[in-house]
Design a binder for this molecule. Structure first.
Ligand code: ZN
Length: 209
């Protein structure tokens, strides 16, 4: 355990630092809160979630964007399942810009886009994290990318742009039902998703007071 997390009112269940290219997965009860801290800034965190009762019900990026009425996710927005259920609500966000259209990086897309082989990637990290939940390849869907900046231009132009998060920025996610969650601390160095310099994050899971 590291020092108590600032501003957390409640009982801390888990508090850990996750290195660049690390992963995490866990089960959360309804009402529990997950705080993800971008310790050094400009660090993408790829995130997936499922209903714990039936993990075939999972995060749906398209419905979450439609319900948010925005291309970017922030405070007050829900992470919705494909069964129209709110799995999480973003209850705090000091950054204000999170993506859910860019998807996760993979060795295959890095080869296609950058001509490099065998790179560390979020897809492999998801597979490690999901295996601990009894889930696998078929359970990887379009994910949330916290702190990743994917602006869309008026002409539809799309890019992965340098992240807007500063050191210490955080997002808090409240589970709205019992959920399973998995994340990859993105190791990408071929685009600015993680500032070309992937860095550690801190994860705090707690029961609010
Ligand atoms: Zn990645």
């Amino acid at each position: 355990m590291s020092q108590p997390a600032a501003g957390i009112a409640g009982r801390v269940v888990e508090d850990r630092t996750i290195p660049a290219n690390g992963d995490w997965s866990g089960r959360m009860r309804a009402g529990q809160v997950l705080r993800l801290v971008d310790l050094e800034g400009q660090q993408a965190i790829d995130f997936l979630c499922y209903s714990a009762a039936d993990p075939s019900e999972r995060y749906n990026a398209a419905d979450s964007l439609k319900l948010a009425g925005s291309l970017f996710l922030t405070t007050g927005h829900g992470l919705y399942s494909d069964m129209g259920r709110r799995l999480f609500t973003i209850v705090a966000d000091t950054c204000g810009r999170h993506d859910t259209i860019g998807g996760c990086c993979s060795a295959e897309s890095n080869r296609l886009r950058y001509g490099v082989e065998g790179t560390p990637n979020c897809r492999d990290n998801f597979l490690r994290a999901l295996a601990r939940l009894g889930l696998g390849k078929k359970d990887i869907v379009a994910n949330v990318n916290f702190f990743m900046n994917v602006p869309a231009g008026p002409d539809g132009a799309l890019a992965i742009a340098p992240g807007l998060s500063r050191p210490g920025d955080y997002v808090e996610l409240r589970a709205e039902t019992d959920v399973l969650a998995a994340l990859s601390n993105c190791p990408q160095i071929y685009n600015p998703a993680s500032g070309y310099r992937p860095t550690p994050i801190r994860l705090v899971l707690y029961d609010p007071a």
